[in-house]
Design a binder for this molecule. Structure first.
Ligand code: BG6
Length: 477
C-alpha cells in the first residue's frame, strides 16, 4: 500500500453520498403514502404537471430503494461511507399533509433505514423537504403561497425531530431553497411554469419558507440542543463574461439570487439589496412580528450543492443556455457535460471561499457529481461494471479544489456526492442521466432488472474515503 500521509482532509471529515426520497424510493402509493408534487412531475421540472401521473412514470418505482435499502446501505458501507444524506417523504408520514396523526407505517420505514445506517456506523443527515410536498397541499392550499403551510410543516418537522432526536444530528430544512425562483412547482408546489409565476406570490411563498425554516431551527434546538441544523442552496457562482463594469454588476446581481437565501438563513433578516428589489418591483411581503422573530433563528451551518458555474453579462443579445434548472451565458473556457452543465472544479474552491468569507459558518458540500450516460460492460471476472473514468476525473478535480479551499481556511464539515447509486434525475426525470458509484439496471422505458453493479468509481471513492482524501493526490488505482 502506498503511503498517503502527505495531504489529507480534516479528521472526522464526513464522506458520503446524498439521496432524495422521490428520486430513489419508488413505492409511490405503498403503506399509506399518497401522491406528492414529485409524482406529479413525470416529465421533469420543465414538463407538464400531470395529475394523476401516467401509469408507468419512472419515479413510481424509481430504483425501489424502499424495498432494497438494506442491499444499498451495505454497498455504501463497503465504500466506507461516514454519512448518508436522505430525505423524508412528507407524504409517507402525513399522506395529505394536513392530518393530525402521523402514518405509523411511513415512520417505520425511516426507523428501519436509520437503524440500518447506524448499524454500519453511517451517520444520517436528513433533508426535511427535498423538492416534494404532499400533492393535496399543493392542490388544496396552493402550496407555499399559503401561510397555513408553516403550521403543517411545523407539525411534520416536530414529529420527525421527536422520533429521531437521539439518532440524527444533522438536519437540512429545505433542499436547494433558491430553486423555487426557477422551478416554482418543484420548489414550492406552486402551479406555474418557471417564467410565469407572479413575483409577488413567489416571494411571499419564499417568505413562508424562510419563516418555516427559522421555526424548524428554533424547535429543533429546543428538542435537542446538539442538533446541527443547516440551510441548503443550489450554488452556481457567476463570473463576469468580460471586465466591463456592467458585466461585473450583473454578476453581483445574479450571485445575489442565490446569496439572498443564504443571507437570510445566516443573518436572520432581509438584506438591503432585496428590500430595494421589492420596492422597485412593487412587491409587498407580509411580514408579521412573529415572522421576524422566527427568522432570527439562524442556522448552524450552510450547505450547498455545486455542479457548475455560470457567466453573467449585461449584454442581453448574448444567447443563454440551460444549466442546473436555470439558464446563463456560456463560459468559453469551460467544457460541458452531455446536458450542458459547465464543468468547473475551480469554481468550487471559489464558491467555498465566497461563502466562508461572507458568513464564517461551517460549510458542507451536500451535492456534487457528474450526470453521464453509462455503459454496463463485462468486467473480465465474470461480472459487469462501468468504466466511468470521466466521473472519476470530474470528482477528483472537484475534491482537490475542496482540499485547496480547506487550505485557504474554509471550515468544511463534509462531502456527500449526489446520487451515490443511480437515481431518477430531477430536472428531466430520466434514468439515462446517472451519477452513481453503483449502477442500477433500470432504463428510461421502465425496463430493467433493478440489479446493482459496482462501477470503477466505486473502488476509486472507497480508496478516497479510506485514505481520508490523501489518495486524490496519488492513487494506487
Ligand atoms: C439538485 C437536486 O438540483 O441536483 C437533486 O437537489 C438533483 O434532486 C441533482 O437530482 C441533480 O440534478 P439532475 O437534474 O441531474 O437530477
Amino acid at each position: 500500500m502506498k503511503d498517503f500521509s502527505e495531504k489529507a482532509f480534516p479528521k472526522n471529515f464526513l464522506w458520503g453520498g446524498a439521496l432524495a426520497a422521490s428520486q430513489c424510493e419508488g413505492a409511490a402509493l405503498e403503506d399509506g403514502k399518497k401522491w406528492t408534487t414529485g409524482d406529479a412531475m413525470p416529465y421533469g421540472v420543465f414538463g407538464d404537471i400531470v395529475i394523476p401521473p401516467p401509469d408507468n412514470y419512472l419515479k413510481k418505482e424509481a430504483i425501489d430503494f424502499y424495498h432494497r435499502y438494506k442491499e444499498d446501505v451495505k454497498l455504501f458501507a463497503e465504500m466506507g461511507f461516514k454519512m448518508l444524506r436522505i430525505s423524508i417523504s412528507w407524504a409517507r408520514i402525513f399522506p395529505n399533509g394536513d392530518e393530525e396523526e402521523p402514518n405509523e407505517k411511513g415512520l417505520q420505514f425511516y426507523d428501519n433505514l436509520i437503524d440500518e445506517l447506524t448499524k454500519y456506523g453511517i451517520e444520517p443527515m436528513i433533508t426535511l423537504v427535498h423538492f416534494e410536498i404532499p400533492l393535496h397541499l399543493a392542490l388544496e392550499y396552493g402550496g407555499w403561497t399559503n401561510r397555513k403551510m408553516i403550521g403543517f410543516y411545523k407539525h411534520f418537522v416536530e414529529t420527525i425531530y421527536t422520533r429521531y432526536k437521539d439518532k440524527v444530528r444533522y438536519w437540512l430544512t429545505f433542499n436547494e431553497i433558491n430553486v423555487i425562483l426557477d422551478a416554482p412547482f418543484n420548489g414550492a408546489g406552486i402551479q406555474a411554469k418557471p417564467d410565469e409565476a407572479d413575483k409577488q406570490v413567489l416571494y411571499q411563498a419564499i417568505h413562508h419558507q424562510f419563516v418555516a425554516s427559522g421555526l424548524a431551527t428554533k424547535i429543533g434546538h429546543g428538542i435537542n440542543p446538539d442538533f446541527k441544523i443547516g440551510c441548503m442552496v443550489a450554488n452556481s457562482p457567476h463570473y463576469p463574461l468580460t471586465p466591463d463594469p456592467d458585466d461585473m454588476l450583473e454578476t453581483m446581481k445574479r450571485d445575489r439570487e442565490t446569496l439572498f437565501f443564504a443571507d437570510v438563513h445566516a443573518r436572520g433578516n432581509y438584506p438591503g439589496y432585496m428590500k430595494r428589489y421589492f420596492r422597485e418591483n412593487n412587491i409587498q411581503i407580509e411580514i408579521t412580528e412573529e415572522d421576524a422573530e422566527l427568522m432570527k433563528h439562524t442556522v448552524d451551518f450552510i450547505s450547498f450543492s455545486y455542479y457548475m458555474s455560470y457567466c453573467a453579462t449585461a449584454d442581453e443579445s448574448k444567447e443563454k443556455e440551460l444549466g442546473n434548472v436555470k439558464s446563463a451565458v456560456k463560459n468559453p473556457y469551460l467544457e460541458s457535460s452531455d446536458w450542458g452543465w459547465q464543468i468547473d472544479p475551480k469554481g468550487l474552491r471559489y464558491a467555498l471561499n465566497q461563502f466562508y468569507d461572507r458568513y464564517q459558518l461551517p460549510l458542507f458540500i451536500v451535492e456534487n457529481g457528474l450526470g453521464a450516460q453509462d455503459e454496463l460492460v463485462l468486467d473480465g471476472a465474470g461480472g459487469y461494471t462501468v468504466n466511468d473514468d470521466y466521473r472519476i476525473t470530474y470528482l477528483k478535480a472537484h475534491l482537490q479544489q475542496a482540499y485547496e479551499a480547506i487550505q485557504d481556511g474554509v471550515e468544511l464539515l463534509g462531502y456527500t456526492s449526489w446520487g451515490p447509486i443511480d437515481v431518477v434525475s430531477n430536472s428531466i426525470s430520466e434514468m439515462k442521466k446517472r451519477y452513481g458509484y453503483i449502477y442500477v439496471d433500470k432504463h428510461n422505458d421502465g425496463s430493467g432488472s433493478l440489479e446493482r453493479y459496482r462501477k470503477k468509481s466505486f473502488y476509486w471513492y472507497k480508496e478516497v474515503i479510506s485514505t481520508n482524501g490523501a489518495s486524490l493526490f496519488g492513487s494506487c488505482l
